[in-house]
Design a protein around this ligand. Sequence first.
Ligand code: 8IG
Length: 276
Amino acid sequence: MTDLSRLDEPDTDPFDVAREAAEAIAVRTGVERHDLALVLGSGWGEAAEHLGETVTEIPSHEIPGFSAPAVVGHSAMTRSVRIAGTDRFALVLGSRTHLYEGKGVRHVVHGVRTAAATGARAVVLTNGCGGLNPQWAPGTPVLVRDHLNLTATSPLEGATFVDLTDLYSQRLRDLAHEVDPTLAEGVYAQFRGPHYETPAEVRMAGIMGADLVGMSTTLEAIAARHAGLEVLAISLMTNLGAGISPVPLSHAEVIEAGQAAAPRIGRLLAEIVGRI
Ligand code: 8IG
């Protein structure tokens, strides 16, 4: 039986699989405890290159509970990085499982649960997303202040009541603002995807209080909080939401904005991580 089906078994406790994954990471890296974790979203891969020295790189699918690569030879990497200028280690999850893949919510949040099981106290969730504020140019990083979970699901099972009043840590947002006082903040709305929103849906999200629209992060943030992690989420606004932009959304635009923003968000990420 593969690990993927194990996470799906009704009798499996997903936290057991997360503990096994953390044990496998400790063995493979020789790092007993990781202090911090990062999840890299669209546009953030290059930005994470300068966090410190990569000590170990593991194809993610070799870790219990992580899915096999969708395309042969395109395995995502999980890295153990010694944070520059410190003796602390960051666990860098090079990709995420999205809800739209249809594998189920346990898979979506397995990375953050594993991070918590490795000993991490905080997680930095990054993503690429659409923006509703026409003043924000594509390539603008935005701190997530709060969210709207529009997925109609939760990573928590059973009567697990978790307070989300201060889900996105004020302490970590203050720290990010110390690094870059010009950083904007916004409310992130997660849609299931994989299609982008219609213009009416983007307007709806705005009326409900959203500044950003995307397909990730909120379920992971909820699971992270439940697991006791402090949460910082940073979006890279790579495109204006449908109907706000005069031109249709394109994946090429997303890639381009990510590349153009790489130096700025790379410095930002490294400096924030150095201070957490
Ligand atoms: I990059 O405009 C990116 N991801 N839902 N909408 C949603 N997800 C996105 C978008 C967007 N841009």
